[in-house]
Design a protein around this ligand. Sequence first.
Ligand code: NAD
Length: 351
Amino acid sequence: MQPFVFNALPGRVIFGFGTLSQVGVEIRALGCSRALVISTPEQQMQAAQLVTQLGDLAVGTYVKAAMHTPTDITLDALQEFQQAAADCVVAIGGGSTIGLGKAIALHTDAPQIVIPTTYAGSEATPIIGQTDNGIKTTQKTMKVLPEVIVYDVDLTLRLPVEMSVTSGLNAIAHAVEALYAKDANPLVSMLAEQGIAAIARALPRIVDNPHDREARSDALYGAWACGVCLGAVGMSIHHKLCHTLGGSFNLPHAQTHTAVLPHAAAYNAEAAPEAMARIATALGVDDAPRGLYDLAKSLGGPTSLAALGLKKDDLTKATEIACASPYWNPRAIEPRAIAELLANAWAGDRP
Ligand code: NAD
């Protein structure tokens, strides 16, 4: 066994079907009684139903959560939080809603109960990304780690197939990078392999039948496992490229992860052979980068950055930004090779 350091994160996880009914009990268990329920505009019906379910335990709703946690929305939500004299946040939705809950916690120290309805994984991390004047910055602080995660598989049955695929591959990306992280450790690597395997076997079934409860359950379990990986160890070139493309070129989050991942894995393949072997085993293929590409393609996921709207002329700028302040990576960051990686991802070539 190689020497390692493992930092366990606190948090309570409730996983199952119909677990939404337990949110009230969880609010009380935190010593709270005045929840602000938050969501995106698209999920305001779900937020309203939850408010009805919670009765007196809910003192307000805020339904304007948006992608990349814009600070003006956070300030607006904070006003609502204060006016309602809320003492905790209940976030129902994907990474955007959970991001807003984290931002409120960052300012108020309010405990959070999060109910994830996508596979993005933010619920399991002490990481928050916020956008101010179009610039996204990320910080890591225990203040934003949610106290309670309520995974209710029933809530994912209506996640559109296209989003299920890209969000699932977004989750797999966390596990892929965890396997070659500088601070990788045996426990997180085991979770990473399990997470990749669970999502990879669930997604084809979800594409066939979005209401397949067993597949949805596998995918949500995998999302938790991959989210834990993201929260536990450092991420590398893949996440750096996706943050660059999302932050500076406004590309959609989960779709960008889907298109870039096979090429980032190919970039690192020779430098991280053990990780590649474990990814390939989890996917049930011989070659990890090609397996990731084939999985995305077979599920109808986006495989090219061009199709996501990135202009060819932007590739040089994207390379410059990504190489200017890179995250640690198992292979040295070589600007010319990164340009090639991005060109391949732009064209959508099989690695
Ligand atoms: P999202 O939260 O933006 O959701 C996309 C859309 O799908 C929204 O309109 C949402 O309301 C809707 N939706 C969500 N679940 C649904 C469901 N079950 N049924 C129907 N519609 C549903 O997308 P996302 O990919 O989950 O989150 C992306 C954001 O999360 C980005 O801003 C990203 O940076 C952030 N993120 C942060 C972390 C972290 O650790 N801080 C990790 C992963 C992602």
